[in-house]
Design a protein around this ligand. Structure first.
Ligand code: GLY
Length: 375
């Protein structure tokens, strides 16, 4: 047993803890004792996560004489839709969920985003507890209160800031995660190092094998340190107003264009797109003369070492840089005609550049698309 880390997200009246460790699901009743005030607890679960870990949650709640009212959600982005939101909110109303109640979101980013958004609007807002079961959700989406659904006009365009009242990141749930999803989540772990902590970047780089092999102490430390980094930034800029929180979007603008080009499907998972996006942000920073070429290379190598793709040539896209930039024009970070880009001055020092010329980005992407893929 490797102990539990508790990280506080400081948001005055909306502060909460993120607990990271092994076996947390089994202890849910004591960890969330005050929040779970009724004998029946509403749980919204990803169907696959429920298959693997539902029994542990049921047992944990049964130990405190609580029953579960279960609503399952099909895995995949398709569940972040208006129709899923309508069905879920109807179900919550049928369950008699009240403002003071807590709904448990059990699964990855899709379930967290959908449930969080439903809870932000149910009776003008009820509580929710995040139990993230993917690495990506544990280090990023379950913390910080961004909730959303997708529409035909794009991803995450309808949503709200709604903070959970507790997050339980049980590292045991990651054992059932496909390697590819571990790698995709690991990209978000590396992100915290690349954007703000060179030492953590180095630590992650040296321990990528142990993290991906689920070495419990190392995995817990990687998650806890990522959550700490995120908690600090969210506490400073909850609603992404000052530019601080925008740093968390490192790799997302380039990555989003690649996701859009590949149809937001299985060809490129979100974390994989962010990984490639961070390499592109680093290489573009070097092209602007702001980052040492060697540092851009180190970012690419760290990502490549985890088994993630680090060159866009590996995607085999038959598009132009201009087509990728076209996707960026629909980015929700677009601000009065300019698109802020997250760039690097060094590893551990990201900043928001507001002077980026999209034609120059298109030319850069053309070069990257044509660059020969190296082994
Ligand atoms: N994933 C970026 C953020 O939470 O702000």
């Amino acid at each position: 047993m490797s102990g539990i880390s508790a990280i506080r997200v400081e948001l005055s009246g909306r502060s909460y803890d993120v607990m990271v460790g092994q076996g947390l699901i089994a202890q849910v009743a004591s960890l969330a004792e005050e929040a779970l005030r009724k004998p029946t607890v509403p749980v919204v679960a990803d169907a696959r996560a429920w298959e693997h870990h539902g029994a542990a949650l049921s047992a944990g709640l049964r130990a405190a004489d609580k029953e579960i009212a279960l609503y399952t959600v099909e895995p995949g982005e398709g569940s972040k839709s208006w129709s899923s939101l309508e069905s879920l909110t109807d179900w919550m109303l049928d369950q008699g969920v009240e403002r003071g109640d807590q709904v448990i979101a059990f699964g990855g980013g899709v379930v967290g985003d959908l449930t969080g958004f439903a809870c932000s609007i149910l009776k003008r807002g009820c509580g929710f507890i995040q139990i993230p079961t993917t690495l990506l959700a544990q280090v990023d989406s379950s913390v910080g209160g961004k909730t959303a659904i997708n529409t035909s006009r794009g991803k995450n365009l309808i949503g709200a800031f709604h903070q959970p009242s507790l997050v339980l990141a049980d590292t045991d749930t990651l054992a059932s995660l496909p390697v590819r999803e571990m790698q995709a989540g690991f990209a978000e772990v590396l992100k915290y190092g690349i954007l703000g902590d060179a030492e953590f970047f180095l630590w992650c780089t040296n321990r990528s094998h142990d993290i991906l092999a689920h070495q419990p102490l190392v995995l817990k430390q990687a998650i806890a340190q990522s959550v700490q980094a995120k908690a600090r930034i969210v506490a400073e800029d909850e609603r992404e107003l000052s530019g601080r929180r925008a740093l968390l979007n490192l790799g997302h603008t380039f990555g989003h264009a690649l996701e859009a080009q590949t149809g937001f499907g299985d060809q490129l998972l979100h974390g994989e797109a962010v990984a490639l996006g961070m390499v592109l942000a680093a290489r573009y920073s070097a092209r602007r003369g702001e980052l040492e070429k060697q540092d851009a290379q180190s970012v690419a190598e760290a990502i490549g070492r985890t088994g993630l793709r680090s060159q866009i040539g590996e995607l085999g896209l038959s598009c132009t840089g201009a087509q990728l930039v076209e996707h960026m024009r629909h980015d929700k970070k677009m601000d009065a005609g300019t698109l802020p880009f997250l760039l690097l001055r060094s590893i551990g020092d990201a900043y928001v550049a507001r002077d980026v010329d999209l034609a120059d980005v298109a030319a850069f992407l053309d070069e990257q698309l044509r660059a020969p893929v190296t082994a």
